[in-house]
Design a protein. Structure first.
Lengths: 485, 442
């Protein structure tokens, strides 16, 4: 990667332009607007040529690392390959050119995609029905919790304002619950990393709206007691929410609906191969069991007896509207493309091959890195730093050193259960050769930690920029170009 | 097992299983209770080849009718320059995660910084985050910001001039978040200053959200609004169309504390409603209540200019249930989309887009009135979209337009219809539509 230091503003020169617009003129002009409603001076946007723009952003892209650049074992993020056909389908003008308010009869193809994708996700997860409107995983969590609250409220069960969240949960779980107006009750993990059923029992009463579970959890461990937990929570009148961020290892093997979950979200930008785009757009469809279908948000797609699809905007039972229109349709097209490519045959192998890769790395490195819980893992696992921590080399140092060797770093310092957490998730799209290369470098780094710890503590050395001064960035925030001078 | 996205040969699988010390792939699920292992066939189609997938979607696409767009209402058919898809398809941008490792994410961090610089410039605010999902959810987050920024206030006021989808989403968030909403009616097509004053005077208002350009297309005049809201220690918040802000008075100049909206109007394809990109910007006093990712400038150990996610103590992965919001993934690639758009257009291009849209919209407006099918609903300034009172049933006009492949005359309220014109629409296009309506009338 090369270093390039310009901002687009640095290239600006008054009088340059990068656009071509029609030359027509109209009788009415902006000068007709009352002066009190118009902008006093033109915005200070860059003035650059088309080639300036192309080169600038090409240069920026070359300081970025993506799945297409190399192995990206970021735990809980499921950085699998993003097939190129997905992009081509999403760009088809017959989909990309449709206004979201067009009448149903003119968008039957669009609505068919909603219907068929929802059906496919239902089959893969064992849920009765889906909404595809949520924009991302956290948005799906929030929507799912709204559905749970709406269910209780519709039954006049107004006391249920608390939700149980395990201490190993993703940070979005408690944050989503708080936005939904729920109080968070934390349940602890046992030494084996699993939810402590005995700890859970006394928490279950008639104020519990539900429990949010990630299964496999953020340690990559399957919650074996899930059916007992489901029975206990249901018995107390609560519902089970499934955080689908970790769905990948279950695809083709286990369906959350069969484990007793009432509501779940999926991250299509994780398990269903749509690109992360540097932080979105994603999609967070929410699936529900049959008794919760009436509470799904609007707008929703319905089909009449003749197979004609239409959009329902208002529904008294629904939890409400959670998106301006109907979600990130372009992302949904990509995910459905992937599912059609997989088909009923290949879908069976997604989870098993992802789990194979994770266990392979774990078993190949556990003599150099501290494996806190000895168990078969699912799609990911967590090391608690180096086995030999006497050198003072930290997880951060290991992560930065990996960048020097052309790998993206794993997720670090999460989950919070371990001080030196390194969370590794390889996905099913990586070859044995790639995993072997990663294993070799991880072993090499463990050796370096003893022979030459300084090379790790000052890593990375070969990246376009090196370690950053994050403290000054936060203490004296410079958040825009005009504050830099 | 051979499949384009699975690189494993049978021999690879065998060797890997041997290293792990288990006999089969199913043994890797020994921790899963046997009765939840799914053994039935999935109700999916047979695997397709790429060619078959293309054909499948082409058949689905044939069930759509492409219509010439004369509709606005929160999604605008502006021209998207050819450069943009090429840039955002660069796989280093497309296939990267959130920039957690800044040393190998300077590309993403730099464009977010540029995006922040451009959005604050357009809105007249000091800071903005790296993007929100869409305009409606950005408005809901603005409501929560107002509640978090003001002590002992229980209500947020919404103008009835906001787009219906924005109001609906804010209502849903408010219901579950425990926020009481109040509504300010529109009088003669604009948010009522008098009604706002009366409500704000009650002293319980955390914030007031009004549309810069309302659902009737009218450019609102906020003289006196900010002072009245500030006098009661509330936040004055504006829902804006960023494209329009190149030429109309900025929310900053109106005295706004928070600005939100949808940047789809900056060249993003209609795509049946998404992906678009919401934005949320504020004055610097409120930055610690701003949700989402924020990028700041800094230096690396060698003194090189560099960028990093900053002020993260606000966010869910640190604060968990005490975070300002639950947002994690946002619409980063679409923020790149509009950043490239704004770079190409610059101040003169954005002005020209508005000039062409304004001129065309006013031409269509006047020609439609001449048909005798409509009369003026309001007499207030508008930019690219406007509302007319239909003198025949609105649905009849919409259906008639659809017959000639045009999407317009969408009903905003009983008897009131919307039209929108962008720089893509020519005089010939408009003359053809109006000529057809004249024929239809006679």
């Amino acid at each position: 990667m090369k270093y390039y230091d310009k901002l687009i503003f640095d290239l600006s020169k008054a009088g340059r332009q990068g656009y071509s617009l029609p030359s027509r003129t109209w009788d009415a002009t902006l000068a007709d607007l009352p002066a009190g409603l118009t902008r006093s001076e033109a915005p200070a946007l860059p003035q650059v040529s088309e080639l300036d723009v192309v080169r600038h952003y090409t240069n920026l892209s070359q300081m970025n690392f993506g799945v297409d650049s190399g192995f990206y074992p970021l735990g809980s993020c499921t950085m699998k390959y993003n097939p190129k056909i997905n992009e081509e389908i999403a760009a088809m003008p017959a989909f990309a050119g449709i206004h979201p308010l067009q009448p149903s009869e003119t968008v039957q193809g669009v609505l068919r995609v909603y219907k068929e994708l929802a059906h496919a996700l239902s089959s893969i997860t064992g849920m009765a029905e889906f909404t595809l409107n949520p924009f991302a995983g956290a948005h799906g969590e929030l929507t799912g919790l709204m559905i749970i609250r709406q269910y209780h409220l519709s039954r006049g069960d107004v006391k249920r304002t608390r939700v149980i969240v395990p201490d190993s949960a993703h940070g979005t779980n408690p944050a989503s619950a708080a936005v939904c107006g729920l109080e968070i009750v934390q349940v602890k993990s046992k030494e084996n990393g699993l939810v402590d059923v005995e700890d859970l029992k006394p928490l279950l009463d008639d104020t519990i709206a539900g429990i949010m579970m990630t299964n496999p959890n953020t340690l990559g461990l399957f919650e074996k007691d899930i059916k007992e937990i489901a029975a206990l929570v249901h018995e107390c009148g609560g519902l089970l929410y499934y955080d689908g961020a970790n769905m990948n290892p279950l695809i083709g093997m286990v369906r959350p609906g069969d484990m007793g979950f009432d509501v779940l979200h999926l991250n299509l930008h994780k398990s269903f191969s749509t690109p992360h785009g540097g932080g979105g757009p994603g999609a967070g469809p929410v699936g529900v069991a049959a008794h919760l279908v009436p509470y799904l948000p609007v707008p929703k797609v319905v089909e009449d007896e003749d197979g004609l699809l239409s959009v329902v905007d208002a529904d008294g039972q629904a939890c409400g509207q959670i998106s301006g229109f109907m979600g990130n349709f372009g992302v949904l097209l990509r995910a459905y493309t992937y599912i059609l490519m997989l088909g009923k045959q290949n879908v069976r192998m997604v989870g098993p091959l992802a789990v194979l890769g994770a266990n392979y790395i774990k078993e190949s490195l556990k003599d150099c890195y501290k494996l806190p819980i000895e168990s078969v893992c699912k799609h990911e696992f967590v090391f608690d730093g180096l086995l030999d921590q006497s050198t003072g080399v930290t997880t951060l140092d290991i992560a930065k050193r990996l960048l020097d060797y052309g790998f993206h770093a794993p997720t670090i310092y999460f989950p919070l259960l371990f001080h030196q957490a390194i969370m590794i998730e390889p996905t099913e799209t990586e070859s044995k050769e790639t995993l072997d290369g990663f294993i070799e470098i991880m072993r090499h780094i463990a050796a370096e930690a003893i022979a030459d710890p300084e090379s790790l503590k000052t890593a990375p050395h070969t990246t376009p920029v090196r370690r950053l001064d994050e403290t000054t960035a936060a203490r004296q925030p410079v958040l825009r170009f005009c504050d830099m001078q | 097992m051979a499949f384009a996205y699975f690189p494993h040969t049978e021999d690879d699988v065998r060797q890997m299983l041997d290293r792990i010390g288990v006999g089969s792939l199913e043994d890797l699920y020994s921790d899963v209770p046997g009765d939840v292992i799914y053994r039935e066939e999935y109700d999916l189609q047979d695997a397709m080849s790429e060619h078959e997938v293309r054909q499948y979607f082409e058949e689905l696409a044939e069930q759509n009718t492409s219509l010439f767009c004369l509709c606005g209402l929160g999604a605008y058919d502006h021209y998207s320059p050819a450069v943009i898809p090429h840039i955002i398809s660069r796989s280093e941008f497309l296939t990267a995660y959130t920039p957690y490792q800044p040393e190998v994410s300077q590309g993403t961090l730099r464009y977010i910084f540029e995006y922040q610089s451009m959005i604050t410039e357009l809105t007249g605010m000091d800071c903005t985050n790296a993007s929100m999902y869409d305009g409606a959810t950005a408005a809901a987050e603005a409501m929560m910001m107002a509640m978090a920024s003001t002590k002992k206030k229980t209500r947020v006021l919404l103008s009835e001039g906001l787009l219906p989808q924005v109001v609906n989403v804010v209502k849903t968030y408010a219901k579950f978040n425990g926020v009481e909403l109040g509504f300010i009616p529109c009088v003669d097509g604009a948010t009522s200053y008098g009604a706002m004053l009366t409500e704000v005077a009650k002293g319980d208002v955390a914030g007031v959200l009004v549309p810069g350009i309302n659902k009737y297309g009218i450019i609102e005049d906020f003289t006196g609004f900010a002072d009245a809201v500030h006098a009661q220690k509330g936040l004055f918040m504006v829902y804006s169309d960023p494209s329009s802000l190149a030429v109309i008075k900025t929310p900053g100049d109106w005295g706004a504390d928070v600005v939100c909206g949808d940047s789809q109007s900056l060249g993003i394809p209609l795509c049946y409603g998404g992906p678009y990109v919401g934005f949320l910007a504020c004055k610097k006093d409120h930055v610690r209540k701003l949700p989402g990712r924020i990028v700041g400038a800094t230096k690396d150990v060698d003194g090189k200019r560099a960028y990093v996610l900053t002020l993260q103590a606000r966010e869910q992965h640190i604060r968990r249930e005490k975070a300002t919001s639950n947002i994690c993934s946002n619409q980063s690639l679409m923020a790149l989309y509009v950043t490239v758009y704004m770079s190409l257009m610059g101040p003169s291009g954005l002005r020209q887009v508005n000039e062409l849209s304004y001129g065309g919209a006013h031409y269509l407006h006047d020609r439609l009135l001449e048909t005798g099918l409509f009369e003026k609903a309001f007499d207030k300034p508008f930019l690219k979209e406007f509302t007319l009172k239909a003198l025949v049933p609105a649905q009849q006009i919409q259906d008639a337009l659809q017959m000639i492949g045009v999407f317009g005359a969408v009903e905003v309220e009983e008897g009131l219809v919307n039209f929108c014109v962008t720089e893509k629409v020519s005089k010939e296009n408009i003359d053809a539509v109006v000529g057809y309506l004249n024929e239809m009338k006679s």
